[in-house]
Design a binder for this molecule. Structure first.
Ligand SMILES: [Zn+2]
Length: 219
């Protein structure tokens, strides 16, 4: 029986770090939309090349495109054992499509984790975080390298990242994600973890939570 996890949470909550760690420890495929896109672009997938170009221009990639790319990735053999999704689904349409993909694909429950951190703490974390000077991706707090893991661009401390910009980003996140959380909230496999704790503590709670939720064995 496989295991599939969706990791949700605002920027700065540490969900990317936790998603990567969990996937490594459980030998699951970690799938972030940025990674899939980069991979698909490398494979010469024309849909992905167009989507990537749009993202680079700071535009949103439409649901149909995002769904097609994620679907293709989740149905490949190396995702069969299970996956940890980071950055998908971002809309209710994407969440509905994922349910269809899960039916098609089978193998294991879908556990949804929401990493919750209070706004004041997120503002504090984001204000000191480094970002890529080329594509704008945020560096993981534990990342000590100088180059972006998405595009290789130089990581810089964003001096203009003032508090109101951070707050606006969090508002946009919360507004766009609330419908997706509401879509999942009543499922027996939906769990909330307190992301304001130390990464080690979050990891311990997450592991126990996912095991227990997976035992519900429900989509
Ligand atoms: Zn970059």
């Amino acid at each position: 029986m496989g295991l599939n996890v969706i990791m949700m949470g605002p920027p700065g909550a540490g969900k990317g770090t936790q998603a990567g760690r969990y996937a490594r420890e459980r030998s699951l495929l970690k799938i972030s939309t940025g990674d899939i896109l980069r991979e698909a672009v490398k494979d010469g997938n024309p849909i992905a090349i167009e989507a990537r170009a749009r993202m680079d221009r700071g535009e949103l990639v439409d649901d149909a495109t995002m769904i097609a790319i994620v679907r293709d990735r989740l149905l490949r053999p190396d995702a069969k054992q299970g996956f940890v999704l980071d950055g998908f689904p971002r809309t209710v349409a994407q969440a509905e499509a994922l349910d269809q993909i899960m039916i098609e694909r089978g193998n294991g429950p879908l556990v949804i984790i929401d990493v919750v951190v209070a706004e004041e703490e997120l503002v504090r974390r984001l204000a000191i975080r480094r970002i890529c000077s080329k594509c704008g991706a945020g560096a993981d707090p534990g990342d000590t390298g100088d180059s972006c893991r998405m595009c290789g661009g130089e990581l810089v401390q964003r001096v203009d990242d003032n508090v109101s910009v951070v707050r606006e980003r969090l508002r946009v996140y919360s507004r766009s994600t609330r419908p997706v959380l509401d879509f999942y909230r009543n499922r027996p496999t939906f769990r909330v973890v307190n992301g304001a704790q130390s990464p080690e503590r979050v990891a311990r709670e997450l592991d126990a939570m996912i095991d227990e939720a997976a035992a519900e064995r429900s989509l």
